[in-house]
Design a protein around this ligand. Structure first.
Ligand code: FES
Length: 286
């Protein structure tokens, strides 16, 4: 990659000064043009947006980076592929991805570099954008200091039964809503990279459009990895026990119309448990 003199006409002198003040390693090619992306994974329930916003604003406040964003590897939005696409569209020259996962799952440690490399190979034309992966947050020698700071902040804590910040909430989680189908859509890391969040948003839209939500309709759940990752995004429809692979918007159109409305599974996208698929369902050659 040739050395950029400026990015999108921006004045780089203030970034250069900030980089030197903050002790950013002097990398003549990249130091001024990093676009840091913070990655987090394993989010079940509400994503930790406040924590991520704090990390992002701390990095952005250093003044060393053109832009700092966060992305999710699973469950949350925005998903990593979407944020990488945004970086590319914004003309980023270099992207540094920081896995903000503590602890870093062993499988993810092996798989994340492979997945990001494959995404770059498929989506980035030579010399337009460089992508680098930093060591996971949990590998930092400063992690112990962060825990020590949390311990130091704990001196004002009260005994848990007397904590006024813990409020009871109405308990309504003892009722299973009436429904015809329950649909699981995998949002594990590999399905997320295969655009599961986009599929999810489109699926919800189709359910609303077909009035399939609510009583006698469809209960939907985003899940972690359901196992056959190479066939993702994976969808499972119960009580029928039908597995679908390669679920994109075209597949959603058919599954909603033919399966959830008319009650007939869609064979082109269905996967049979125990029978290996030759390729991703719905793709050519399947
Ligand atoms: S990540 Fe979806 S099946 Fe593994």
């Amino acid at each position: 990659m040739s050395e950029p003199q400026s990015e999108q006409g921006m004045d780089t002198s203030s970034l250069e000064a900030a980089a030197e003040t903050n002790g950013v390693p002097l990398d003549p090619i990249g130091r001024l043009f990093f676009l840091g992306v913070v990655v987090v994974g394993g989010v079940f329930g509400a994503p930790p947006r406040e924590e991520l916003d704090r990390i992002v604003s701390s990095l952005a406040g250093s003044g060393c980076y053109r832009d700092v964003r966060y992305a999710f590897m699973e469950q949350g939005n925005p998903a990593l592929p979407a944020v990488l696409e945004e970086c590319m569209a914004a003309g980023a020259r270099r992207v540094l991805i920081v896995p903000a996962l503590v602890p870093m799952d062993r499988t993810l440690r092996w798989w994340l570099p492979l997945a990001i490399r494959d995404w770059v190979r498929e989506n980035v034309a030579d010399d337009t954008m460089e992508v680098m992966l930093a060591p996971p947050l949990g590998d930092s020698e400063h992690l112990g200091e962060a825990v020590s700071a949390a311990v130091a902040n704990a001196h004002g804590c009260v005994e848990i039964r007397e904590d006024p910040n813990i409020t009871d909430r109405e308990r309504s989680w003892n009722l299973i809503p009436a429904h015809r189908h329950q649909v699981f859509l995998c949002h594990g890391p590999r399905c997320t990279l295969a655009n599961a969040p986009k599929t999810w948003a489109y699926f919800q839209e189709k359910l609303r459009g077909n009035k399939l939500q609510g009583k006698q309709g469809v209960m939907t759940v985003r899940t972690g990895c359901l196992y056959p990752c190479d066939l993702g995004p994976i969808m499972v429809v119960h009580p029928d026990g039908t597995w679908y692979g390669g679920v994109d918007e075209a597949a959603v159109d058919r599954i909603v119309a033919e399966h959830l409305v008319d009650g007939e599974a869609v064979p082109e996208y269905a996967c049979v448990p125990g029978a290996p698929a030759r390729s991703r369902p719905g793709s050519e050659g399947s």
